[in-house]
Write a protein that binds this ligand. Structure first.
Ligand code: NAI
Length: 321
């Protein structure tokens, strides 16, 4: 078997090289940015291990030998799963390597916004020393925490952040009542946006969630509320968010993900004084990074051995269509 790592931003690939070496799998490596790059680099490959490179029917049509794609990550929006299904290609991911990291990161961003930590830091360094320098602050234990998407990360967020708030509400139409923890109240999408003082997003990027946080829902939010996004950048309409910040509907926003990564440093979203940013780092700890890489790589080894990856997003066919 031959596998292409389409792209990566890890410091090295020693872990992958040693896993594939031990499994007798040939490895080729590239830094693809487009489908054309993936097609060029994947001659003779049956498996792809992808980070950000786009993989869809263009690739599957040009390279019918490809039978499996494994994504470095829990989200897999860079891989067109419908196209993979159509071409009988397996899709795998690494869903559970960083649940704690992402939830902790979202909670840290949220507390930093609610307690004005990032804003105080800027003020103090600019020479202003006063507890009201960054505006009015409210008591967190009087607030309602809202969660959009109560999957692995959303539930962990409810668990670790919930006790700091008065009430926790969530919207997730795809999970049953019994999977809502007892202390999380199920609400509609509209009730979530109108009822939250601090709202955190934990949905995957899909056709339904792309741009879901736009003018309509942001317009329902309480004046002075905060929004944290550690899911995917395109879930939020950036122009609508900037507008909500400028109108004071939102007090501030914490964004780990943006529609274009890395962003233009001169862009309004990067420069906005009430936006706190991190560089798509919510998943990261040294341990999580290694677990992510090991699990994503192992999908391909397991498929070569058993015909099935460990973490299945979409079932494929093992022979050519
Ligand atoms: P998950 O699949 O366990 O949970 C996602 C939840 O969202 C599911 O319960 C699903 O029913 C719900 N959902 C789907 N569509 C919805 C909608 N329209 N409205 C409300 N709920 C909806 O996924 P997990 O592990 O919790 O991860 C969530 C997302 O976080 C991933 O898809 C990924 O994009 C992002 N992520 C970001 C990372 C980062 O470093 N910033 C790292 C890891 C994941």
């Amino acid at each position: 078997m031959k596998v292409l790592i389409t792209d990566y931003d890890f410091p090295d690939l020693e872990l992958e090289q040693s896993l594939y070496g031990a499994a007798g799998i040939e490895l080729v490596v590239a830094q693809c940015r487009s489908e054309a790059d993936v097609i060029d680099a994947s001659a003779g490959c049956q498996g792809l291990l992808v980070q950000y490179a786009p993989v869809n029917k263009k690739v599957f049509t040009a390279r019918p030998d490809i039978r499996i794609v494994s994504r470095y990550g829990a989200g897999y929006d860079t891989v067109d799963v419908a196209d993979a299904r159509e071409h009988g290609v397996w899709v795998g991911n690494s869903p559970d390597y960083g649940v704690g990291e992402v939830a902790t990161h979202a909670f840290a961003m949220m507390l930093s916004l609610l307690r004005h930590i990032a804003f105080y830091d800027r003020d103090v360094k600019a020479g202003t020393w006063h507890f009201t320098s960054s505006g009015v602050m409210r008591r967190v234990s009087d607030m309602t925490l809202g969660i959009l998407g109560l999957g692995r990360i959303g539930k962990r967020m409810a668990h670790i952040a919930g006790p700091s708030f008065k009430r926790v509400i969530a919207c997730d139409p795809y999970i049953i009542d019994g999977d809502f923890p007892a202390y999380v109240e199920r609400v509609t999408l509209q009730e979530l946006f109108s009822g939250s003082d601090a709202l955190t997003l934990h949905v995957p990027l899909t056709a339904e969630t792309r741009g879901i946080v736009g003018r309509d829902l942001l317009g329902l939010m309480k004046p002075g509320s905060v929004l944290v996004n550690t899911s995917r950048g395109p879930v939020v309409d950036t122009d609508a968010l900037l507008d909500a910040l400028d109108r004071g509907v939102l007090d501030s926003a914490g964004l780990d993900v943006l529609p274009v990564e890395p962003p233009d440093t001169g862009s309004r979203i990067v420069q906005h004084p009430r936006v706190l940013l991190s560089p798509h780092a919510a998943f990261y700890s040294q341990t999580a990074e290694r677990e992510l890489r090991r699990k994503a790589a192992q999908n391909l080894i397991d498929w070569a051995r058993t015909g099935r990856p460990t973490y299945v997003v979409a079932e494929g066919r093992n022979s050519h269509p």
